[in-house]
Design a protein around this ligand. Sequence first.
Ligand code: SF4
Length: 328
Amino acid sequence: MIQQCVLCPKSCIIKPGQTGECLIRANIDGNLTALTYGYPCSVHVDPVEKKPLFHFHPGKSILSIATAGCNLHCKNCQNWEISQANPEDIKAYHLPPEKLPSVAKYYGCELIAYTYTEPLIFYEYTLDTSINAAKIGLKNVLVTAGYLNREPLRQLYRYISAANIDLKAFSEKFYRDNCGATLKPVLDGMILAKSMGVMVEITNLIIPALNDSEKEIKLLSKWIKENLGPETPLHFSRFSPHYRMKNLGVTPAETLEKARQTALSEGLYYVYTGNMLSKEGENTYCHKCSTILIERRGYRILKNKIAVTPSGTAVCPVCETEVYGEWI
Ligand code: SF4
């Protein structure tokens, strides 16, 4: 029997024996099944800063997993060898949701990230693992493009502590032309995540000539401030040529610095630059008195001066302004 997948806005109609556009959701004898359930192709231990998450348990290690497949087809994908692959073409491990939390513990990780490709389309694997991990006190993290329908997102976010959500640009045209997706569901999903208590950070990869105009950076920053709050951390990340976008050059450092200044001027508290070393763009500053709270180089923390009040609130040690995030 033909089935329609209702997981993401693509709403694929899938004939028996075929898969949807993400290549991992298949119609097997009339039932929709995720082919990669329990079979991650990437399993690594990373610093949490690499996700990037700068306001969530700084300095901790995070077990990071991915399966093949993605519902987006970004021309600049860094992980296209696994995100755009058929699962049967990719080597995978057998790590069912019952086992993964103990693997995290074995490697000394209190955090698990569903990342690298698109964790929302290996949905059942992410959900079941998250439930098992939460039961033994581990924290779950999504690194995602955030392109999913509301109801499955709502179910999943109950078990997710933090998410870095890609905001690839602030135009429907960019999403359509470069990702094969649309912007609106991503924005709606971000609002949902924040409203459900997920600690949200946002990454915007700046690509020369495609999404780097001051006008677009202003609109994006304004939207974040008004809809998610000025405390929402924003990472501007440096593009380098990959996959089907080798015709463009690396993003100039000045473009990223300028974007950071623009977003700060629009009223965002915590704005970072990434994928390059920077004097100021990797540090966390108090948004009230400008004291350096965390000094970083790459993924390393050089100093962490955040103070914690007796009630457990993270604050600036100088002016005692609260710092957004989950720190202990
Ligand atoms: S999750 Fe995959 S199969 Fe389902 S609608 Fe999206 S692209 Fe299609």
